[in-house]
Design a protein around this ligand. Sequence first.
Ligand code: PGA
Length: 260
Amino acid sequence: MAEVLIVKNKEEAGALVAEHIAAKVKANPAFTLGVATGSTPLPVYRGLAAQAEAGVDFSGITCFALDEYVGLPAGHPESYRAVVDREVTEPLGLDVARVNVPDGSADGVQTAGERYEEALRAHGGVDLQLLGIGTDGHLAFNEPGSSFGSLTRVKTLTEQTREDNARFFDSIDDVPMHCVTQGLGTILRAGHLVMLAFGEGKADAVAGAVEGAVSASMPGSAIQLHAHATVVIDEAAASKLKFADYYRHAQRNKPDWQGI
Ligand code: PGA
């Protein structure tokens, strides 16, 4: 099962995960970080920016984003390319060429999945993949029903996801209908999965992912199949976990040498 770490708030989560990533980058400057979008990973990016300001050199890392909307005009501020550049590429001083995002352009969409899989394979995969979870249990944009063996491909967003994401756009009509997303099979190839979730709205999805049946109906439950998955959540997101007391007990007694 995944290791569950229950922290006070998102700032603590961000600092904890950023510190871990910074240590990995110091040990291996060519580290490969899988980045996620949405509001959940932002505290991690703030933590990484603080590490960069404190002198950690991130310039040798490579990033792969999980997903991209289809059909937004190039440079659209809510395209995931723009979000990742704003939140990660620029604050960490990365060369934009080292930051990979699936091609969501209308012209490239038919081959975008295969090309992204090839880029991941040629690079040698992802060392640590940051993940959020949708209120409907999606991982990246793998909506319920996605195969655990799925690779990067075009998906249709659920209406629930479009509603959740409408806050980033003027109206729900502006939220794209399709995306290119890494598959669950792609995500499961990363060396270490770090899933974050904050707030009561995520409590059901977290409980389903961590303790529910492993099922394509709950894409988040794919993390149960991974040998090294860490779930970092606040009290509200942990509020529906049956074994929360055990997770706290394990956390209090966690060997210092172990890291996350
Ligand atoms: P959020 O989205 O971080 O904006 O809540 C998470 C997700 O949809 O995976």
